[in-house]
Design a protein around this ligand. Structure first.
Ligand SMILES: [Zn+2]
Length: 417
């Protein structure tokens, strides 16, 4: 006996699919037959030929930075990075509280089908842990709908921002999952100094690492080699990510091949959001070398840039668009970066459309997964652990409202319980 069977769905390959759920997990996934109503289910939900995909994973977002949920703020031009940082501090100081803005962004991300994310949160000597505490509250509020992994992110630098090392360590003690870093050479002017601190905290506190690396060309490649070597030396294989790694888009194929082998051997994953005006990592070449490449939205309508809405399917489309992905196989690579690859990086267990896993998925109107990436149709519905978002109605905390247009009906046989 199943609790519920979702019938008349379409799988990634465009073939018909029925998904049976028991105790919040997939009990059966079949093209037809096995999970049919006759085998017994309390409820039948007709998905009317809609595509089902694993819920999206946003592998890089900043929940404390976005102005979503506040007023629109026209982008301001800054001459230097330090000027941008000062401008951002001033803008955030006059913006609505983080709780309100993060809540608005989470609601929007959920409406687009995101069920898990890695959020970087500014942590430095001047903000201390205030942003972190606010985002931790948002995480509690959204528990059960979006799983949130937190990164202590030293936006203003580590060595060059005295006191930040201690705050990063305090954040790790308070329960962040990941310690961040940023441009060790160009921002701090002391690559080994910053990496000593970041890797030191990771080893001492048992947290993962995710370093923002915007450093260009040969300098950036050198940094990646340094990070890969330190990862192996520290025994942190599989627990280190580098976000952006723009340099991988700046150098020739031989240089990419050498660093790709080093990254793969060290289990260092790469995050790219396919930025609009910048060369970025060659996704297929890195994957072919065995590097895990995942994606995230990064900045969304904040002091850094005005773009973005929190939609990972649109992000997958942009990855494909900027990478020149045309074939179905390539479009599915972009989807993988917005789903499975990100789930693996954040260590999300029981993820994906397989029997035994948490029965969570996103429903999209598209003939198959490649078509969904190419067009990124806007309308989505989330199912978590077999239930539509907001369906249970008990977690009034999130102000969740029913999101489904799909009718739930008792099974024709009338069997219940
Ligand atoms: Zn970022």
């Amino acid at each position: 006996m199943f609790d519920r069977v979702f019938v008349n769905a379409v799988g990634a390959d465009g073939q018909p699919l029925n998904l049976a759920v028991r105790d919040g997990r997939f009990a059966s996934i079949s093209s037809l037959g096995a999970a049919h109503p006759e085998t017994g289910a309390a409820e039948i939900v007709d998905l009317q030929g809609h595509l089902v995909l694993p819920g999206f994973v946003d592998g890089h977002i900043h929940l404390d930075k976005s102005f979503l949920g506040d007023r629109w703020r026209p982008h301001r031009v800054a001459a230097t990075l330090r000027e941008r940082l000062a401008d951002e501090k001033a803008a955030l100081a006059s913006a609505a509280p983080i709780a309100q803005r993060a809540d608005a962004l989470l609601r929007q991300a959920a409406s687009f089908g995101t069920i898990a994310m890695r959020s970087h949160v500014d942590v430095d000597a001047t903000t201390g842990l205030t942003h972190l505490h606010a985002v931790m509250e948002a995480r509690e509020k959204w528990r059960g709908i979006i799983d949130i992994e937190l990164v202590a992110f030293p936006q203003a630098g580590v060595v060059s921002c005295p006191g930040t090392a201690d705050v990063l360590d305090a954040a790790a003690q308070e329960g962040v999952d990941v310690v961040g870093g940023i441009d060790p050479t160009t921002l701090d002017g002391d690559a080994d100094g910053q990496l000593d601190i970041v890797f030191g905290i990771a080893q001492k506190r048992g947290v993962k690492i995710d370093i923002h690396l915007h450093e260009a060309g040969e300098q950036g490649i050198e940094q990646l080699h340094r990070i890969a070597a330190r990862t192996r030396a520290a025994g942190l294989e599989g627990r280190v990510s580098v976000s952006h790694a723009y340099a991988l888009g700046d150098v020739d194929a031989d240089a990419v091949a050498r660093i790709a082998d080093a990254l793969a051997a060290a289990g260092v994953s790469i995050m790219t959001n396919a930025p609009g005006d910048r060369a970025f990592p060659p996704i297929l070449r890195l994957r072919a070398a065995g590097v895990r490449v995942f994606s995230g939205n990064d900045n969304i309508q904040d002091a850094w840039w005005p773009y973005g809405n929190g939609d990972m399917l649109q992000r997958a489309m942009l990855l494909g668009y900027r990478s020149g992905f045309y074939t179905d196989q390539e479009l599915l690579v972009a989807l993988d970066m917005a789903t499975e690859a990100g789930a693996a990086v954040i260590g999300k267990r029981d993820y994906g459309l397989k029997v035994g896993n948490e029965a969570s998925f996103v429903i999209v109107k598209a003939p198959n997964a490649a078509a969904a990436v190419a067009a990124a149709p806007a309308e989505r519905v989330i199912v978590r652990s077999g239930q539509f978002w907001g369906e249970s109605g008990e977690s009034g905390e999130s102000g969740n409202t029913p999101r489904t247009k799909f009718e739930t009906a008792p099974a024709a046989s009338g069997q219940r319980g």
